[in-house]
Write a protein that binds this ligand. Sequence first.
Ligand code: GDD
Length: 346
Amino acid sequence: MEKIALITGITGQDGAILARFLLEKGYEVHGLKTYSAVPDMERLEEISKDITLHCGDMCDGASLLRVIEKIQPDEIYNLASISHVHVSFEMPEMVANVNALGTLRLLEALRIMGAQSGIRMYQASSSEMFGHAGVPQNEDTPFEPCSPYGSAKLFAYWSVRNYREAYGLHVSNGILFNHESPLRGEEFVTRKITKAVCQIEAGQREILYLGNLNARRDWGHARDYMRGAWMMLQQDIPDDYVLATGKARSVREFVEAAFDETGRKIRWQGSGLEEQGVDTQSGQILVKVDPALFRPTEIRQLLGDASKARQELGWQPEISFENLVAEMIAQDRILPFGEKKKIYAV
Ligand code: GDD
């Protein structure tokens, strides 16, 4: 029989990618969609006829229970979250409400449904929970979150573990390191870079402004990571898994790789706020630092060790960093001027 999945956060990058993945596997796919005066349905346009959306919100526990009772899913993927770390410093209470309490509300709904309902839940936990912890980070690394986003995600993480133990629920945490794709929102650094690089290439822009160029992240492809999320729920025993590539690169290196795709080499000159990225051939200044883009506290480095997922799930990333950057550039090149894009065949 066809399995039924409910995805919260279905309108985001991961939701749209997971929805496609599950449809290809023959699932009946449902999504939870919050009310919005201007609905953000762009990423779901091409599969809108194949999925069913339900009105509900992570801040409204009764709406979650009602949707779950109605569709009786086999699997729930909790991807809903306010996912921008910098924004969480501006709206910490809202972020805690959605990311932390929202997960608790979902767990309460599952508790009411009862363990015998057999519903399995995936929680989108984040490497941001590691914060200042040393690298490499795995399931045994003590968490040291250093943003309201990271703290809220940590509350959700522990709630999942607690509900698993206390009520026998089949709930698992995927501790995912940064994962990108052409569907990534433009407020995240990778997509901001690939879009700007394509605009510069098209002569539509001169300079890319960035914050901390030294930050190091373990960047993978969202398609690989959503496959891993699904694999976690296929386990008979729920557990927590890190998904990562095991390689960290700096923002500076991402910039170099993106420009490289358009045939430009970057030389760095100056330091701190005065640092600039210069086209080695033309001498044109292409990258500058904007202090407004720095965060009050920042994770210097995230680098994951996904040995457990590799050994127990048989998961490993298949898309290289180079191919990720190339795919993002290729997509942003199609329409570099901010027009509506048809980019959903990811
Ligand atoms: N967004 C952004 N914009 N980040 C910048 C910029 C800029 O102009 N300049 C430098 N950075 C640095 C940030 O300071 C951070 O160190 C790094 O680039 C990555 O930033 P983001 O792409 O915004 O991602 P993130 O690491 O903060 O969070 C992402 O990954 C988490 C998993 O580790 C998000 O997807 C989170 O939702 C996710 O949980």
